[in-house]
Design a protein around this ligand. Structure first.
Ligand code: PEP
Length: 251
């Protein structure tokens, strides 16, 4: 049985003071929701203070990105060791904004997946098709290419550090979510691909979560699908009440 995972991606929102104020409201509010893993991904500057505040708490800290080198002349970048020093246990890799706004390629993303996993982080590996690719009937082809390239350095024994996030680009930040049926169809496709690449036991154990305009009003229906093992939430995670409602909808 795969435990559900709900992750909040705060993107470039919330100052340190904003994050700490959020946690003052959020942590007491979710204390009864025990049967779910929860991740919060604040901006880099807030990682350390948020990590301090989460010490000993079941909510875990997640970074929004990393660079794959250990150290060196890479202005503006951050390494796995630096993230772990802030108490990060997880990292998002391959988010559509990294791919489409910052031009990250499948090759770079593959280096990042490897660095995160070998460095001991949980990697939330994001994949998803654009609206044009979906309309052209290329969803499966795109998803398979992203999986093939992004996971080309991953072996079976590393897969327990991997969560796959299906995030259709056309659903991110648009208010238009994939229907539970559309999401389930792609999740099944991803699980089949995982089975052919890593074998059925790994495919059956890997969490595949959905992201794209998740709100308190649609989260329960999405989570009712057997293939949807959790949610990656952007906008609706920015407000502690709405993120808490999404978590409580699981119960
Ligand atoms: C995201 O950025 O991962 C995301 C899913 O955003 P939103 O929930 O705002 O669509």
């Amino acid at each position: 049985m795969r435990k559900k995972l709900i992750a909040g991606n705060w993107k470039m929102h919330h100052t340190v003071a904003g994050c700490l104020g959020y946690l003052d409201k959020f942590l007491p509010a979710i204390s009864s929701s025990t049967d779910v893993d929860i991740l919060l991904a604040p901006s880099y500057t807030a990682l350390y203070p948020v990590g301090q505040k989460l010490a000993g708490h079941r909510v875990k800290l997640c970074a929004q990105n990393l660079y794959f080198k250990d150290s060196g002349a890479f202005t503006g970048e951050i390494s796995v060791a630096m993230l772990k020093e802030c108490a990060c246990e997880a990292v998002i890799v391959g988010h559509s904004e990294r791919r489409h706004v910052f031009g990250e390629t499948d090759e770079l993303i593959q280096e990042k997946v490897n660095a995160g996993v070998t460095g001991g982080l949980q990697v939330i590996f994001c994949i998803g098709e654009t609206g044009a690719e979906r309309e052209a009937g290329q969803t499966s082809e795109v998803i398979h290419r992203q999986l093939e390239q992004g996971l080309s350095g991953i072996s079976n024994d590393m897969c327990d550090q991997l969560t796959i996030a299906y995030e259709p680009v056309w659903a991110i930040g648009t208010g238009v979510n994939a229907t539970p049926e559309q999401a389930e169809e792609v999740h099944s496709d991803i699980r089949q691909w995982m089975g052919s690449r890593f074998g059925e036991p790994v495919a059956g154990a890997t969490r595949i979560i959905y992201g794209g305009s998740v709100k308190p009003g649609n989260s329960a229906e999405l989570l009712s699908k057997v293939e949807i093992d959790g949610l990656l939430v952007g906008s609706a995670s920015l407000d502690p009440d709405s993120f808490c409602a999404i978590i409580q909808n699981l119960q």
